[in-house]
Ligand binder design. Structure first.
Ligand code: SAJ
Length: 406
């Protein structure tokens, strides 16, 4: 199988690493993206990817001729669709946002001129149940028969991409048993984890269940953090001790849930069944409301410290990305908190070791912040803040730890 031509459609944080890993396993891989600047970077082996080893892996596959890129699909044996599935922009403010399947539809339509009988089309994009069948119907309506379809969701944790791509078990959901068998053979070339065959619909629902499970667990932790605050208790110790029970495993509370997966995907289940998916919907709301609670908590402390100082206290926000030790700011609750504090005319500086510039926010090093700010709020648990020397300095100041670093 390794001599086969593979086309990956969508060269984002899933598609591009998948293309590189598939190329390294021996496939001839062609990546397609609508972003010409990105295609040019890949073609000239000058991709930048802020994750250890990944940039080198991608550029090496290009240099050695196994990975190429372009704007339009070419004939292939296997096509893998890795395009985004965001919310419909017009539904963003609604109570229940709806998935926007435009990119999946457009990617499928772009394949129509080159698809042939015997080809395998795999969807990796997180999608509502029924999407693989919808894609197969677009192809059938175009009069192309004999194409196989599978849904094989990605499960990688940004920050640990290549390891998780290769080592995680992978669900292989075939629209037909033939499709599942062919998809299993494809992933078997570079996935060392188990390859778990099932139907496309079960695979679609599994992916949504996984991210919803994490969201519900984090919502539970976030609700506990509110309850513990009302009792004047440290939530970190409550959770740490509760987790010593052999059948309890509560995740960590934070300033909210961000990123492009956990904060989005559970809505796909809710949008399809709004009257049934009550727990999942409530968890989303609990996590979405956490930044407001954090802002309120900081404002109250800020007022008290300002009264003592006789001037408006300066707040240092530690961490702005959506989670620790990455440079990804999409849907970041820490960024939301920081911007809301600024909007309240509170003097704010921020420390974000993973970025040089963020619009409208005064970025300082931790050392600089320590010499100028009056109140420190840990919003994201970056490794730089967890260092004993940093913690020792922070403890000398007014310090609120929302990121469980201490
Ligand atoms: N978070 C907490 N408390 C925790 C863990 C996380 O508040 O105990 C927050 C993070 O700070 C972040 C958000 O949740 O704001 C999401 O971070 P994450 O590390 O939980 O997940 P993602 O979005 O980076 O990646 C998830 C993963 N899904 C699961 O672990 C079930 C990953 O495996 C998926 O591949 C990815 O979504 C995806 O692409 O769907």
């Amino acid at each position: 199988m390794s001599g086969m031509q593979v086309t990956i459609v969508g060269l984002g944080y899933i598609g591009l690493p998948t293309a590189a890993v598939a190329a390294r396993s021996g496939f001839q891989v062609y990546g397609v993206d609508v972003n010409k600047a990105l295609v040019d970077k890949i073609s000239s082996a000058t991709v930048q990817f802020e994750e250890d080893g990944l940039e080198d892996l991608i550029n090496q596959q290009v240099t050695e001729g196994r990975l190429t890129a372009g704007l339009l699909p070419r004939p292939s044996d296997v096509f893998v669709i890795c395009v985004p599935t965001p919310f419909k922009s017009e539904s963003a403010g609604q109570e229940i946002p709806e998935p926007d399947m435009t990119y999946v539809r457009q990617a499928t339509e772009a394949l129509l001129p080159v698809l042939q009988a015997g080809n395998l089309v795999i969807i990796e994009s997180t999608s509502p149940v029924g999407t693989t069948r919808m894609v197969s119907e677009i192809v059938a309506t175009a009069g192309i028969d004999g194409v196989l379809f599978a849904y094989c969701p990605e499960r990688i944790l940004p920050g640990n991409t290549v390891y998780e791509l290769e080592q995680n078990d992978r669900i292989i959901g075939g629209l037909t048993p033939d499709a599942a068998a062919k998809a299993k053979a494809f992933y078997g070339n570079f996935v060392r984890g188990g390859l778990l065959e099932t139907s496309a619909e079960i695979a679609e629902m599994c992916k949504l269940a996984e991210n919803s499970f994490r969201d519900v667990n984090i919502a539970f932790a976030n609700e506990l953090s509110l309850l513990a605050a009302e009792h004047g208790l440290p939530v970190a110790e409550v959770i740490e001790l509760a987790n010593r029970h052999p059948r309890v495993n509560i995740l960590q509370p934070g300033v909210g849930v961000g990123g492009h997966c956990i904060a989005v995907d559970p809505w796909f289940l809710v949008a399809a069944s709004p009257d049934t998916a009550k727990l999942i919907q409530t968890a989303r709301q609990v996590n979405d409301n956490k930044p407001d609670w954090v802002v309120n908590f900081i404002s109250v402390q800020h007022k008290a410290i300002s009264a003592e100082l006789g001037r408006s206290a300066k707040v240092a926000c530690l961490g702005l990305s959506y989670k620790p030790d990455i440079d990804d700011f999409r849907e970041s609750p820490a960024l939301k908190v920081t911007r809301r504090l600024i909007a309240q005319n509170i003097p704010v500086v921020a420390v974000e070791p993973n970025s040089d510039h963020i619009d409208g926010i005064d970025l300082l090093s931790l050392e600089e912040a320590l010499s100028t700010a009056d109140l420190f709020v840990a919003l994201v648990g970056h490794k730089q803040f967890r260092e004993p020397s940093s913690l020792a300095e922070l403890r000398k100041h007014s310090f609120i730890d929302f990121a469980n670093i201490d």
